[in-house]
Design a protein around this ligand. Structure first.
Ligand SMILES: [Zn+2]
Length: 299
């Protein structure tokens, strides 16, 4: 059992199972995630840096968790208001690779690692790769971006808490996808209400032979908004089609995993389209717009 005791100017970490005992000074190198090489240190990192209350990583692969933490930290950097809203980082036997659960009357969240898959980094790498092939995760992302996906849920929960002080209302929004659906719709509309972009797209479609589903979606726009949106969400991943929550979480994974930095949100819609139609491995155009809307909501 890992214990963290607050000491004078740091934390005393002990683990009765492994016999680990170390005093971490707040003033020294505790915060450098890259130099961390034990589960105990990762636990301290989560507690100290993210304000997590409970951590249990016992038995998991250090490298797998560290790589995931490095990615999760990026979301903490970009959305600093979520600090303190992640209550626990634990593991459990479950069907999913990772999972997210709102707790404490919807004010905080818990993130879980799969107890079996995360015992071995090569195992989780393979599982994630297979998942990606069948649409369970966005193309171009790696296993550590599953952590980004769960962080997307945490950001969304924090936004709902910022918008509504009544936990019943937060819960209602969480369960019914009211706000998340609005975000996806807004992103979609921002994408398609731009005349310049539509011109660019028409030009592109006229000059191209094969068409991707996203391109077909543009044509669908003429026939129906619902069909077009569904197709563009499916472009992110099959899992994104589950509901608006998953569309947003998958957009997080897509945008971060494909290294489209949040600064790119400022680009004009036409540029986003050009990005999308070049052959580079970029995140899906709707993912970027979804994160842009999430980002606006978080201010
Ligand atoms: Zn999810």
């Amino acid at each position: 059992m890992l214990k963290v005791i607050k000491a004078n100017d740091g934390y005393l970490i002990t683990d009765s199972e492994s016999g680990f005992e170390k005093l971490y000074s707040v003033k020294t190198n505790l915060i450098d995630l890259n130099s961390v090489d034990s589960l105990e240190e990762l636990s301290v990192y989560a507690i100290y840096t993210w304000g997590v209350e409970h951590v249990n990583l016992t038995g998991l692969d250090v490298r797998a968790i560290k790589e995931t933490f490095i990615q999760m930290q990026r979301v903490f950097d970009d959305f600093p208001f979520i600090k303190g809203t992640l209550k626990s980082v634990l593991h459990k036997d479950m069907q999913y690779m990772m999972s997210f659960l709102p707790v404490d009357s919807m004010t905080k969240g818990e993130i879980y690692f799969n107890s079996i898959h995360y015992k071995d980094i090569s195992r989780i790498e393979k599982i994630y790769e297979t998942e990606t092939l069948i649409g369970g995760a966005p193309v171009g992302t790696k296993f550590q971006h599953a952590g980004i996906h769960e962080m997307g849920h945490l950001v969304m929960l924090a936004i709902l808490n910022n918008l509504h002080s009544d936990s019943n209302v937060v819960e209602e929004h969480w369960l019914t996808n009211i706000e998340t659906s609005k975000i996806v719709d807004e992103a979609y509309d921002a994408l398609f209400n731009d005349v310049t972009s539509v011109e660019k797209l028409r030009e592109f479609v006229e000059n191209s032979e094969g068409m991707t589903s996203a391109e077909v979606a543009i044509i669908f726009k003429k026939f129906g908004r619902v069909a077009g949106k569904a197709m563009l969400v499916a472009e992110i991943s099959s899992y994104a089609t589950e509901d608006a929550h998953e569309a947003i979480a998958e957009s997080f994974s897509d945008v971060y995993g494909n290294n489209d930095l949040i600064v790119s949100f400022g680009q004009v819609i036409g540029e986003a389209f050009l990005d999308f139609y070049s052959n580079s491995i970029n995140s899906c155009v709707l993912s970027k717009h979804i994160l842009q809307v999430v980002n606006e909501r978080s201010r």
